[in-house]
Write a protein of this length. Structure first.
Length: 597
């Protein structure tokens, strides 16, 4: 039997029952036999599989479940509060408690339900304080449903949410910024006092004709508390349009204050740090002392922030977008023990400030250090490295390149090397090449792992160009400063749209020969994104499939193929993160950080 449903869900139950009936079994017995068979054949394994799956540490569904359950419980609370209770259950309550308690519980359930509809957003963000509030509100919901009408069905749901929240408590680690929280609490207190003063004074000064009541201070205060916290007017009936507008004003102001509570106190808030001039100097000195990567230059680029530890000598270079703090490569420090300490301190710093730490471009050799700290990783591409000692134009793989270079030289093209300080006239020519390059590609300046075109910065770097006999520049690249004695790297490599074929080959070959003359042993050509990923995990398989078959990513193959002409070896780079829940958002974060902002 075939069915379009999950394992014949429903279709098998009906069909088997019908077939057994045709063999003479009574309908009730046939149904019982079928359900018993399906219980052991399908439902029991399914339930065991679901429990096993969602109980797995760092499970995505388990991470989403509390937020979804809080939203569902909020809806249930609101619907339950506006629907009448069952008379036979209310009769039981009236025998045991005053009538006011079920009424107050019903209003409380309504307010809790509204809060929960908002609270689910902060749970999905990972707010620790939101988790605590959700736990308290779920417990209150359990009690409130029993007190308002012996609604044990809703109480069981609320109790289940309590269990789920407690089981997933380790997922909620983001803390609000302490200073901003203190300010928010102060503003909240002032707002409540101002609203209570407005309401109490308004009721006391209001003429009897508006509500039919002469309010003294105590009655006005109790009425205001009921309106603000429980939305319960206790039979208060406005008799004039002014009175009705007054009530609406209290509801609106009260709702605004309550929304402010959730937004300012529960939301993970982070005040973006900044670097002082002393911080920049300190980072530059540490980089000069402990730098090990050819791309260390970008760790002190103007777009970066620095994290220093009081205990360990070193720093982490990072950028912030929304709730993500993305660190570039490994920490700059003395050894692996110091790196491990810096990572732990940086993670703690991020948690205290409502941030999620992510580490980008981590070499495979360093993964064990992050794994020991409980982190996860996913490959993001291969980095091409050229061995200058074995690099030669005479190899068979460079045959087509040699032909292109000879043709260009015959046409009068040549390469030139400009050392610091680069002349302003040359910088203006480079700027025109850069603008043409970006215009043709319909791209904006990139950042984070590369620099933007800045004449003041380029003026003090080595520039290598391809020019014709008239001095027109067709392509250029800049060699970035490096404190790593044996490895070099370049940054921007750009050309004009009418440059002849082979210009980039000529530029790279000249660069490698120049760096070889300078005593470097290797040149890092940068990363070919998404290439070389052939792991067994689901994330790696889906990434490999996208690389091979998604048309919009086909240009990554071209990057890989071009660098393979020069590359001596490939080193796989990784993205390191703390929880699978954050992984789908990280590409968007990296795209924003790389947009030059």
């Amino acid at each position: 039997m075939a069915s379009p449903f999950l394992r014949g869900l429903g279709a098998i139950e009906v069909s088997v029952t019908y077939i057994l009936g045709q063999y003479g079994y009574p309908l009730v017995l046939a149904s019982a036999m079928t359900l018993l068979y399906r219980f052991f054949e399908f439902w029991l394994p399914l339930a065991a599989g679901v429990i096993s799956f969602i109980s797995k540490k760092d499970n995505l569904i388990l991470r989403l479940l509390p937020g979804i359950m809080i939203f569902v419980l909020g809806l249930v609370n609101v619907i339950s509060s506006v629907t009448p209770a069952l008379p036979e259950r209310m009769h039981i309550l009236k025998e045991w408690m005053p009538e006011a308690i079920p009424q107050m519980s019903n209003g409380l359930i309504m307010i809790i339900g509204l809060f929960m509809l908002i609270l689910c957003v902060f749970l999905l963000q990972g707010s620790r304080r939101a988790w605590g509030v959700a736990l308290i509100l779920s417990i209150l919901s359990t009690v409130g449903h029993l007190l308002k009408g012996v609604d044990y069905e809703e109480a069981i749901l609320a109790l289940f949410v309590v269990v789920v929240l407690w089981h997933t408590r380790d997922f909620y680690r983001l803390k609000p910024h302490k200073q901003l929280t203190r300010i928010s609490i102060r503003v909240l207190v002032y707002s409540i006092l101002a609203l209570l003063t407005f309401g109490v004074m308004g009721f006391m000064l209001m003429d009897k004709r508006h509500f039919g009541v002469n309010f003294d201070f105590w009655n006005a205060f109790k009425t205001m508390l009921r309106l603000f916290f429980l939305f319960d007017d206790d039979g208060l009936a406005p008799r004039t349009a002014f009175a009705q507008h007054f009530i609406y004003a209290i509801y609106t102001a009260g709702g605004a204050v309550l929304c402010f509570i959730f937004f300012s106190i529960l939301k993970p808030i982070f005040s973006k740090p900044f670097n002082t001039e002393d911080d920049k100097e300190k980072a530059a000195l540490l980089l000069q002392k402990y730098g090990r990567s050819a791309f260390d230059y970008f760790k002190i680029y103007p777009d970066k922030l620095f994290f220093f530890s009081d205990k360990y000598e070193g720093f982490i270079s990072f950028k912030v977008y929304r709730y993500y703090a993305v660190a570039l490569e490994n920490p700059v420090c003395k050894d692996e023990d110091a790196a491990r300490g810096l990572i732990y301190a940086f993670d703690s710093y991020c948690l205290e400030n409502g941030l999620i730490s992510v580490y980008y471009r981590i070499p495979k050799a360093s993964l064990s250090m992050y794994t020991e700290l409980g982190k996860r990783s996913v490959p993001i591409g291969d980095e091409a490295v050229v061995d200058l000692e074995s690099f030669s134009l005479n190899s068979m793989t460079m045959k087509s390149t040699r032909k292109n270079l000879n043709q260009l030289k015959a046409k009068g093209f040549e390469t030139k090397v400009y050392t610091a300080p680069v002349d302003d006239t040359i910088l203006l020519k480079l700027e025109k090449v850069s603008e043409n390059w970006l215009q043709v590609l319909h791209e904006k300046e990139m950042a984070f792992t590369e620099s933007v075109f800045d004449k003041e910065i380029l003026k003090n770097q080595i520039i290598i160009t391809v020019e014709d006999e008239s001095g027109r520049i067709y392509a250029f690249l800049n060699v970035i400063p490096s404190d790593v004695s044996n490895e070099a790297a370049y940054d921007m490599i750009r050309k004009v749209n009418d440059a002849p074929n082979g210009v980039m080959d000529l530029l790279l070959v000249r660069t490698m020969l120049f760096l070889k003359e300078q005593g470097y042993q290797t040149v890092n050509l940068g990363m070919a994104p998404l290439s070389g990923i052939k792991g067994s995990s689901f994330t790696e398989r889906i990434t490999h499939f996208a690389y091979e078959h998604v048309k919009s990513l086909s240009h990554f193959k071209g990057i890989r193929q071009y660098k393979e002409k020069f590359s001596s070896r490939w080193e796989q780079m990784y993205l390191v993160y703390s929880n699978n829940y954050y992984l789908p958002r990280i590409p968007k974060v990296l795209k924003h950080l790389s947009s030059g902002k």
